[in-house]
Ligand binder design. Structure first.
Ligand SMILES: [Zn+2]
Length: 453
């Protein structure tokens, strides 16, 4: 039996063997098709990392409410309540574990297996182990295939008994080693892998750490009053964060990303140079895509011990370095010269071209700047797109047949989000492998619903 304590609400979930078995099985079943379709070790490792980072979190949060079939509504998850402790020791086999965001009732909670109470999810633990194995092996110039096999092994070893497909042979060997010892392929150092698994690192172990953050977001997004431009700018920033994530995932693996929200990305790298190289490429991409949004960046080398024991401080120092970079950064010149025609939308930058159609209230296409036209192009289709996306998450691709016609679907969403009150507290002791992940991901999952009101 394990107890999972939700650090944000203080609720304790007591999980019995039966629960854990079925939850492991459910998670393995959902991971299986992703591994099957992966075309090689590297892709399989990336899929597994994304699964724990994105898919698994959307199965877990929100913990306490779920979608109720028809008629469409939300309800509280019917947890049996046992004097402040939610007892899931003897939960029945047919539990309706979730198969997607809000689809199904029970979140397949899998805490780190320990005897005592824990607030750490298995997902967080596996991701940080995979990230550390990844970085240390790169530092030792291990072969790429060995790195990917080790990553995949770290991301799957607790599920070995439940996965109905074999892992690629070498990854399977490493996973077996992590579970119950055995031979290691590629001449991998058993001591290193065990250190990573136990979270015990040598004093001198170091990794690279970088942050890139778009600055003056508000000014960029709200510099013009038009809804299309505002939405376009905000979507563009979301896309850029996605692109930055993709770049880091492609170069190193998704598991090294510690944070990627609000136009900010924080990631680990094997060393300072790799951190710098990636940070500069991301910064350049941000600038190229927006034509103006200015990104500040910082990178450094950190002791792994400090990263684990003093995470908050390490992140504050990194943030300060970003501020310093921001202070010395050059802001692009946006003033138009007196003889230049100014953009019809922002009325600040020089116009560089015409809108495709007349702006609202005008008869002819207008002269606009590149920044505004980029925002506008992005924003026009997006207004409909976001709502559709949201309805998709809720399984409401066509709301009418569910009997909610006559009501604005977005009102349903707003009221649903209003009932979700989790994740409001930020713990001070956030570490790279624990509740911090909950908070970020929970904020992301909750904000999915509140984006389009
Ligand atoms: Zn403009």
């Amino acid at each position: 039996m394990v107890e999972f304590c939700d650090v944000f609400t203080g609720t304790v979930y007591r999980l019995g063997d039966q629960w854990l078995n079925v939850a492991y099985k459910q998670v393995a079943t959902l991971l299986k098709p992703k591994l099957e379709k992966a075309g090689g070790l590297r892709e399989a490792a990336n899929e597994a990392a994304s699964f724990w980072m994105e898919d698994y979190y959307s199965l877990i949060f929100p913990l306490r409410f779920c979608l109720q079939g028809e008629p469409f509504s939300f309800r509280k998850v019917p947890f049996p309540d046992d004097s402040g402790i939610i007892n899931l020791e003897s939960a029945p086999e047919e539990k309706g574990f979730r198969a997607g965001f809000l689809r199904g009732t029970l979140p397949p909670l899998l805490p780190v297996e320990r005897k005592e109470r824990t607030g750490e999810l298995l997902a967080d633990r596996l991701l940080i182990q995979a990230a550390m194995a990844n970085l240390f092996l790169r530092q030792r110039s291990a072969h790429q295939e060995a790195i990917d096999a080790a990553r995949l092994a770290f991301l799957t070893y607790p599920l070995l008994e439940h996965l109905e497909i074999p892992l690629p042979a070498e990854a399977e060997k490493i996973a077996r080693f992590l579970k119950e010892k055995g031979e290691l392929p590629y001449g991998l150092d058993p001591d290193l892998l065990l250190r990573v698994k136990r979270g015990k690192f040598p004093d001198d172990a170091r990794v690279g750490l970088a942050q890139v953050a778009v600055q003056r977001i508000k000014r960029y997004v709200f510099e013009t009053p038009g809804l299309n431009e505002i939405r376009g700018a905000s979507t563009l920033l979301d896309d850029l964060t996605e692109q930055a994530k993709k770049l880091v995932s492609k170069e190193l693996g998704p598991e090294v990303i510690l944070r990627a929200v609000d136009s900010t990305i924080v990631f680990l790298a094997p060393g300072k140079d790799e951190a710098e190289n990636l940070a500069e490429r991301i910064r350049e991409g941000f600038y190229k895509a927006t034509g103006t949004a200015f990104a500040a960046a910082a990178w450094r080398e950190v002791e792994v011990k400090r990263l684990f024991e003093d995470y908050q401080r390490v992140m504050e120092e990194l943030q300060q370095a970003v501020e310093v970079d921001r202070a010395k950064g050059e802001v692009p010149i946006t003033e138009a010269l007196p003889f230049e025609t100014r953009c019809r939308i922002c009325r600040t930058r020089p116009a560089e071209g015409w809108t495709e159609k007349p702006l609202p209230g005008e008869r002819e296409p207008s002269l606009v700047c590149q920044v505004c036209i980029t925002k506008r192009r992005r924003g026009l289709p997006e207004r409909r797109g976001k709502l559709q996306e949201l309805l998709g998450w809720l399984g409401l691709d066509n709301p009418e047949p569910l009997g909610v016609s006559g009501k604005e679907p977005k009102e349903w969403v707003a009221s649903a989000i209003g009932t979700e009150r989790e994740g409001g507290f930020i713990p001070d002791d956030a570490r790279p492998c624990s509740p911090r992940h909950h908070l970020r991901r929970r904020q992301q999952l909750r904000s999915r619903g509140s984006e389009d009101k």
